[in-house]
Design a protein around this ligand. Structure first.
Ligand code: PMV
Length: 310
């Protein structure tokens, strides 16, 4: 048997603009998904038959890895689902680490690459930000060009991403989840349409790219106030691209008295916002008072890891 775990993630800056080749910054968080896997007569997950319909990421993970034997899989996770916190990437990456470990090897780059293929297979559209962050841990920067901290380059069709590891200070973030699930594909398509039609939208996308780099440098130098102001500006720009939601604005406003700054995170249209703070409890109360679910998380440097092998 083998057990592996991997962290969830949050996008700090640059979502949507990254689809146009602009930089984006994400960070692993201290919530993990663990997968236990052992040889078995039939393939099961938490005691249920492993079907594509019920467990699409596990089915695709096993298929893309090419693992031939049935496994009894147990999942345990502290990452909320469908909240923009990377729960599916953490599940996929933990599974792939188990499959590699069962064959006596472990290669981070190949986990990140296969993980991306799995997300593409199941979701139809994805960038490699979630799976690389869950594999590598810490801060992950996507850039058009190759730079310091380069990890790997992932290409798909006419799109290519250079993924880098970057050091970030420990931070406390509060996630405010609206409970509204909005699929990423149509939101990305909406931004594409707006960018084709309007020069202001293209300008906003370019500005988000610059905010990402300014945000990284503010965080790296410990200037949380500047980082917070940049988050607020990024939020306004995302709203101008049509991916906001009134509840996200409510949560951002409610958290403001106790925070450096806040913004929507991930695809938007509902989903979640994040708030950078050193007073997480009042932020949680403010978000919950407005009907949201709130989670306090910290940054995590540990990526995917084999926890047990026997
Ligand atoms: O769905 P999430 O939380 O992983 O965020 C999607 C991020 C987008 O930039 C909107 C899309 C992408 O593939 O990068």
């Amino acid at each position: 048997m083998v057990a592996a775990s991997a962290p969830g993630k949050l996008i700090l800056f640059g979502e949507h603009a990254v689809v146009f080749g602009e930089p984006a910054l994400s960070v692993a968080i201290d919530l993990r998904t663990r997968v236990d896997a052992a040889s078995a007569q039939t393939a099961t997950v938490n005691g249920r038959p492993l079907t594509r319909q019920e467990f699409p990421y596990l089915e695709a993970g096993i298929r893309h890895h090419g693992f031939p034997d049935p496994l009894s899989i147990t999942i345990s996770s502290s990452i909320p689902k469908a909240a923009g916190m990377g729960s599916s990437a953490a599940l996929t990456v933990s599974l792939l680490a188990c499959l590699q470990a069962l064959r006596g090897s472990m290669n981070m780059e190949s986990i990140a690459r296969t993980g991306f293929e799995v997300e593409l297979d199941v979701q139809g559209r994805a960038s490699p930000i979630d799976t690389t962050t869950s594999t590598q841990g810490g801060g992950i920067l996507l850039l058009k060009e190759r730079s310091d901290g380069f990890l790997w380059r992932i290409e798909r069709g006419d799109r290519a991403w250079n993924l880098h590891s970057c050091s970030l200070p420990e931070m406390i973030l509060v996630v405010g989840n609206t409970g509204i699930e909005a699929p990423t594909g149509p939101l990305v398509a909406g931004v594409q349409k707006l960018a084709e039609a309007r020069a202001e939208a293209r300008k906003a996308i370019g500005r988000i790219g610059r905010i990402t780099l300014e945000g990284l440098s503010a965080l790296s130098s410990g200037d949380l106030e500047l980082a917070g102001r940049l988050m607020e500006e990024n939020h306004v720009l995302l709203n101008s691209l049509g991916v906001g939601h009134p509840l996200l604005d409510d949560f951002v406003e409610a958290s403001r008295p106790y925070s450096y700054g806040a913004k929507l995170t991930g695809a938007g249209g509902g989903g979640s916002m994040i708030c950078l703070t050193d007073r997480p409890e009042p932020v949680v109360r403010a978000i919950e008072d407005r009907g949201g679910r709130a989670f306090i998380v910290s940054t995590e440097s540990r990526g995917v890891a084999v926890d047990e092998q026997g």
